[in-house]
Design a protein around this ligand. Structure first.
Ligand SMILES: Nc1ncnc2c1ncn2[C@@H]1O[C@H](COP(=O)(O)OP(=O)(O)OP(=O)(O)O)[C@@H](O)[C@H]1O
Ligand SMILES: [Mg+2]
Length: 247
């Protein structure tokens, strides 16, 4: 179980110090799928980076199975079984796909590596021997990173917008893969996503906005609320009225 207790994060940009997260409280249980969603700039990636140790809280605590990991480094957290697939993956230049999967899985099992690539919609024959470099498309890179995270036996796996830049066919495969993880996976799965099909896989949907967790609910309730908000949106009607008035 992973807990965030009153976690605050600040960052410095050219305008000075900005508050990124303010008082995040979250309890993420084992064997559960959480989908984190919310408006752009709401703080989802920042929560993921804080869990991974890339961002350090200015206040608050992070606990993994009851042990305080707030001061642990990224490497130590990775060793403890926390993994994060970036929204924009870095390029591990000069390493072959099969070697990346070998390092991630901790074994040389070619069959497993083929399965992992299949799970993200890539054909092993075309990719295993390829060296990761600038010839890879954004979507290919993203799927290879997801495959390498799937290879690890993680306690907490966080996928940041896995659907971003991925074609419809691969997205279909990826959704099936995440759905299948419910049976296979013993850890906590956190998927940051804006996609309804991913949201429907969740045990709990976590809504993040303005650097806070604004709601934790079921996918059904969340999707029903979205329909109400969309139906209630007066901007367009007002805008059309304005246009009519100006005509
Ligand atoms: N290192 C940083 N320095 C300055 N501001 C930051 C930093 N990291 C995050 N922020 C700001 O914090 C806010 C939350 O950003 P974050 O990337 O967590 O949002 P998000 O919910 O993942 O958005 P999206 O849906 O667009 O991916 C944004 O306003 C962002 O500009
Ligand atoms: Mg983000």
């Amino acid at each position: 179980m992973l807990e965030l207790r009153d976690v605050h994060v600040t960052a410095n940009d050219e305008t000075g110090t900005v508050t990124v997260l303010q008082g995040i409280n979250l309890t993420l249980e084992d064997n559960k799928i959480y989908v984190m969603t919310g408006p752009n700039g709401g703080g989802k990636t920042s929560i993921a980076k804080t869990i991974m140790g890339i961002y350090r809280p200015s206040r608050g605590k992070i606990l993994l199975d009851g042990a305080d990991i707030t001061e642990k480094s990224i490497t130590e957290r990775a060793r403890l079984g926390i993994g994060y697939a970036f929204q924009q993956p870095p390029r591990f230049k000069g390493i072959k796909v099969k070697d990346l999967l070998k390092i991630a899985a901790g074994n040389d099992d070619n069959g497993l590596h083929c399965d992992l690539l299949y799970d993200v919609g890539l054909c092993a024959q075309d990719y295993l021997e390829r060296e990761i470099n600038s010839s890879f498309s954004g979507g290919e890179l993203k799927r290879i990173e997801i495959a390498s995270l799937l290879a690890r036996k993680l306690k907490v796996a966080i996928f940041d917008e896995p659907e971003a830049g991925i074609d419809l066919w691969s997205f279909q495969k990826l959704t099936e893969t995440f759905a299948g993880l419910r049976e296979k996976y013993r850890g906590t799965l956190v998927i940051i996503s804006h996609q309804e099909r991913i949201l429907r896989l969740a045990d709990r949907v976590i809504l993040v906005s303005g650097g806070r967790v604004s709601e934790i609910t079921t996918p059904e309730k969340f999707l029903a609320e979205i329909e109400i908000v969309t139906a209630d949106c007066r901007c367009r009607t007002d805008c059309i009225k304005g246009e009519v008035a100006n005509a």
